[in-house]
Design a binder for this molecule. Structure first.
Ligand code: PEP
Ligand code: MN
Length: 338
């Protein structure tokens, strides 16, 4: 349910509506908007009896939200969400590039990657300190030592840091070091973690589960918003299909579909999406052409020595060439790389 206040509604009238919502045992969510004040309502099962908001002073319209996801939907918030990450805007007109190694491996490796992606024009440094590996015998990440290296790289380059949180026990530590918290594909439906991310004051990069439908993915995002954090970006990173020629199938259909259904920024990860270094640039270009607000690309100073995902990591030289190409694609669709 959505209450759209009249344009000239006073703050007292908005407050009275919020109070009425609470008095019914429901949860109000203020929806920021340039043109109008709207208040989303969650907690009701089905329609509300007896139009309890109709006729309250300042109320313009009372709308039923037809989608199962509410706060993330365009019905509730027609304007795009623009996430401000310390001056870098995610979801605005400019397209943002995030890049860096799959895993933080060493000081030397991370700083080399950070300086390379910075000088090529990336705004975010990616790098995992906690790694969700298929095998328990593979490199699991440096943990807090890795987070400290990410902070040092940010200090040296001015890049924003995006890094994955895997375990609720590590959440406060990750919040301390990261500018954006990544929730990995394997955790997309970890509902207790999603609820906890609703309580943090950092933006969330929510990756699509390998077998999640778009609706399930939006419902996962809804958990974060419903628990208080509306700074969520959605990252398409490929889904599992019958195809074995590529690591995953990058579902670029999701980009325009999401853009129509939700106001949240959309990010494309061509590295995990295809999993083959030689083909990452093509899918990065395609992601931007499809309308992504950002791309996230794995870059390693020496991919052949990487402790994870070397087969899909670009060298700094390849990344520089990709940046040249994506600037042209962005220009062709009336955007720029920010
Ligand atoms: C990663 O970003 O390195 C990663 C593990 O991604 P995903 O969760 O999409 O597999
Ligand atoms: Mn990876």
């Amino acid at each position: 349910m959505l209450i759209v206040m009249k344009q000239n509604a006073t703050p007292e009238q908005v407050e009275a509506v919020v109070e009425r919502i609470r008095s019914l045992g429901l949860t109000p969510h203020a929806i920021p908007g340039a043109q109008r004040t709207a208040i989303g309502i969650t907690g009701n099962k089905g329609g509300l009896e007896g139009s309890p908001f109709e006729g309250l002073p300042g109320v313009g319209e009372v709308l039923r939200v037809s989608q199962p996801f509410k706060l993330v939907s365009r019905e509730v918030q027609p304007e795009d969400t623009v996430i401000d990450v310390g001056g870098v805007q995610l979801g605005g007109k400019a397209i943002v590039v995030m890049a860096g190694p799959c895993s933080v491996e060493s000081r030397e490796q991370l700083l080399a990657a950070a300086h390379a992606v910075k000088s090529a024009g990336a705004r975010f440094l990616r790098g995992g300190a906690f790694k969700p590996r298929t095998s328990p015998y593979e490199f699991q990440g440096l943990g807090e030592a890795g987070l400290k290296l990410l902070a040092e790289a940010r200090e040296q380059t001015g890049l924003k840091v995006v890094t994955e949180v895997m375990d609720p026990d590590d959440l406060s530590m990750c919040v301390e070091y990261a500018d954006v918290l990544q929730l990995g594909a394997r955790n997309m439906q970890n509902f207790s973690l999603l609820k906890k991310l609703g309580g943090v004051k950092k933006p969330i990069l929510l990756k699509r589960g390998p077998s999640a439908t778009i609706r399930e993915w939006l419902m996962a995002a809804e958990y974060v918003l419903a628990h208080g954090n509306n700074q969520v970006a959605l990252c398409e990173r490929g889904i599992r299909t019958f195809e074995t020629a590529t690591r995953n199938t990058l579902d670029l259909n999701a980009v325009p579909v999401l853009k129509a259904l939700t106001h949240l920024p959309v990010v494309v990860d061509p590295s995990h999406g295809i999993g083959i270094r030689a083909h990452v640039p093509a899918m990065a270009r395609a992601g931007i052409a499809a309308g992504a607000d950002a791309i996230i690309v794995e870059v390693h100073p020496r991919p052949e020595q990487a402790l994870s995902d070397g087969q899909q990591s670009l060298t700094p030289t390849e990344f520089e060439e990709l940046m040249r190409q994506v600037r042209i694609i962005a220009g062709a669709i009336g955007r720029a790389i920010g």
